[in-house]
Design a protein around this ligand. Structure first.
Ligand code: FEO
Ligand code: CA
Ligand code: CA
Ligand code: CA
Length: 696
């Protein structure tokens, strides 16, 4: 098949994953062609120096829960100390023996390349549901040789990414599980798949494999295990389910098509990556790499044309060839159809007849997710990252206040408010940010930032205000990246999930990687910005986690890099100031979640350290801040997604197991989860133990 070649440039993602997950975004030119740099003059007050806060603190030797990690260096100092690198800062003359924080008390899983899910000793696991299992009563059991679109519309979709779990409204023995299905990998789904000539049935199975699943699950005794059930809330949403457009882009000429001349109703949702559960128990889901589904065509509108190019819609033919079976996937026939994707969608899992919506007030880009924080005064703040190299971090501040229990009111909150983009600057001299990842003299990659207004929406009164010169309100909503360029947004290293700590209310941002950052040699042309304090690693392969102290409903913040990921033996890594000899290696942070103890849990996507992806937990405060441990690893070729962590269980979505460069249906490189010679299936895993998760 016509794959575009090996993915040599980012993480360890396979070429198959590149083609079907992100439309080879990782191989192409970087998306952002703008030359905006940060505007130093936005910051009129002196910078606060968070001097030596991160690295010069406690002297610790973690014991107990850390026992399985790398053997203690004799003096308790990380490998960094002798090299004067990012691990430095621990003094060794006042050792304090510390045990891992509650929630972190498990034996770390070692890096491995096994074709299985590896969990800590003492933990049990089972598969809740896998691709093709029945969701709607009456759907057939999965039979890889007897697939049909009709069955697939009632079965669990492919490549589950985001996961959420909420109370069941009327059955205490049950919970409601929800997830997104990001994309399909046809060569691994169908026997004898011909990528040049997919059949109509295969294409329609692909449409059904996208979208979302809502599933009732039952608790198994007093274990943490869950079983799938049929129930009235069970639902499949696919690439053909009707969605309502809401907000500034609704009714715009830029979203009108032959099938929807009013520009109000979209058929389906695509490439739903991560998401969030709102405090009002709905699911937000980000339409991410939607560009790959659209064949390019001649576009008249100049802004629309530039936008499509920025998103990467350039080829006359797509990998899946959907344009052969529905004109809307062909921009030469329906130039506006791509403008109807790239939104945050909201689904009410507790109302199976509800029409899901696309909230255009939140802007259009490659949304990784949308995550809500409610400020003290009830203002709703929604954070969202644009997951591409050198793209931006956004937040939306509502004008309406959250009203507990008023679902109708809360469902309209994301249509009323202001969209902002982040502009940052560092506080260390630029010559100390040399691209090595070594900490600057003040001991921290840190600084401050401002949120800059883009668009204010009052959907109820049909009033929308652009804050960007040269852009109408609907244009800011639809061409958000270009609007953000104009206000000097800060280029980030692929912002993925963003989560607010339940207690400290600090905001954590996964920045997964950016191998073009400061790139030289053959990738020099793709380098849109050299190392900066917020992105201090040249050709960044392992990513970072940023910690933001945000004035949630306001316009200013401070930030620091909590983790600079990678092999802790390397100089260019940093683990919140914790002793690097006692942490797990971690690469390419992606999805984030908090446990009930305030520890941050991080999934990885594309581990560049020659081992499988996994789920990691890290302490965010106290004496063991920065202690990071691997809780589980997923099978070879898979990505770890959608973590859910509570006292009873850990759940992960195992996406694209066995997706290796040359993998096909007939040449599978994984047989997880069914074993033997079986076809690998994306699936949901539940992990539990006798007693609370992460507590001895
Ligand atoms: Fe679908 Fe940003 O990962
Ligand atoms: Ca600094
Ligand atoms: Ca992701
Ligand atoms: Ca991912």
């Amino acid at each position: 098949m016509a794959l575009k070649g090996l993915n040599l440039f980012t993480s360890s993602r396979s070429s198959l994953t590149c083609t079907y997950k992100c439309g080879n975004a990782c191989l192409g030119e970087c998306d952002n062609p703008s030359n905006n740099s940060y505007f130093g003059d936005r910051f009129t007050t002196p910078l606060s120096r968070r001097t030596a806060l991160r690295a010069g603190g406690l002297s610790v030797v973690a014991v107990g829960g850390s026992a399985a990690l790398a053997a203690c260096s004799g003096d308790g100092a990380g490998p960094g100390d002798s090299e004067g690198n990012a691990g430095a800062g621990k003094t060794t003359d006042a050792k304090v023996e510390l045990t891992s924080a509650e929630g972190m008390q498990f034996e770390a899983v070692e890096p491995n390349t096994k074709d299985e899910v590896v969990v800590p000793k003492g933990y049990e696991q089972s598969v809740l549901i896998a691709w093709g299992d029945p969701v709607i009563e009456g759907a057939p059991e999965f039979d890889v040789d007897k697939q049909s679109a009709e069955a697939a519309e009632k079965q669990f979709g492919f490549n589950n990414d985001f996961a959420g779990l909420i109370e069941h409204p009327d059955n205490p023995e049950r919970l409601v599980y929800m997830c997104s299905h990001e994309y399909t990998t046809e060569p691994m789904m169908f026997p004898d798949y011909d990528p040049e000539n997919p059949t109509e049935e295969q294409v329609k199975i692909g449409w059904a494999g996208h979208g979302h699943t809502i599933l009732e699950v039952s608790k198994v005794g007093d274990t943490g295990e869950l079983k799938r059930e049929f129930g009235p809330l069970n639902r499949r949403i696919t690439a053909t389910t009707p969605f309502q457009l809401v907000g500034p882009a609704k009714g715009s000429d830029l979203v009108k098509t032959k099938a929807d001349p009013k520009g109000e109703t979209v058929s389906g949702t695509l490439n739903n990556c991560s998401g969030g559960v709102t405090p009002w128990n709905t699911m937000l889901s980000g339409e991410e790499n939607f560009d790959q589904y659209f064949a390019a065509g001649d576009i008249k509108d100049e802004k629309a044309k530039k936008s499509l190019e920025r998103f990467g819609i350039e080829d006359k033919e797509t990998a899946r060839k959907w344009e052969r079976f529905d004109d809307r996937f062909d921009c030469s026939k329906e130039p506006n159809e791509p403008n109807r994707f790239g939104w945050i969608v909201e689904i009410n899992p507790l109302d199976p007849t509800s029409t899901p919506v696309k909230h255009t007030a939140l802007g259009r880009f490659k949304h990784e997710a949308g995550n809500i924080h409610i400020a003290d005064d009830g203002t709703v703040v929604c954070y969202s990252g644009d997951d591409s190299r050198f793209e931006y971090i956004y937040k939306f501040i509502s004008t309406k206040k959250y009203e507990e229990g008023n679902i109708e009111h809360n469902l309209s909150i994301l249509d009323h408010g202001t969209l902002y983009v982040a502009v940052m600057e560092g506080n260390s001299p630029e010559d100390e940010i040399d691209g090595s990842g070594v900490l600057p003299e003040d001991g921290a990659f840190d600084g401050k930032g401002k949120w800059v207004k883009l668009l204010t929406s009052d959907t109820e009164n049909n009033k929308f205000e652009s804050h960007v010169d040269g852009f109408s309100a609907e244009e800011v909503a639809i061409f958000t990246r270009e609007a953000a360029d104009k206000v000097g947004a800060t280029k980030m290293d692929r912002p993925e999930d963003i989560q607010v700590h339940p207690d400290s209310h600090k905001v954590y941002v996964a920045l997964t990687n950016n191998s073009y950052r400061g790139a030289t040699g053959e990738n020099a042309k793709k380098n849109k910005e050299d190392a900066k304090e917020w992105a201090p690693v040249k050709e960044n392969k392992n990513g970072m986690v940023m910690e933001i102290e945000d004035d949630h409903a306001g316009e200013s913040f401070t930030w620091n890099l909590f983790l600079v990921c990678g092999d802790p033996n390397e100089a260019n890594t940093y683990f919140g100031g914790f002793d690097k000899s006692k942490v797990s290696p971690i690469s390419c942070p992606d999805n984030l979640a908090f446990d009930n103890h305030g520890n941050l849990w991080i999934t990885t996507d594309g581990n560049a350290l020659d081992s499988n992806d996994g789920l990691y937990a890290v302490t965010t405060s106290g004496d063991t801040r920065g202690e990071l441990k691997c809780f589980l690893t997923v099978p070879a070729g898979a990505e770890t997604c959608g973590p859910i962590v509570d006292d009873d269980r850990v759940m992960v979505n195992v996406q694209h197991p066995g997706e290796a460069d040359d993998a096909t249906f007939d040449a599978a490189t994984s047989h997880w989860p069914d074993g033997g010679k079986s076809t690998p299936r994306p699936a949901v895993v539940v992990v539990w133990k006798d007693g609370k998760i992460g507590v001895n």
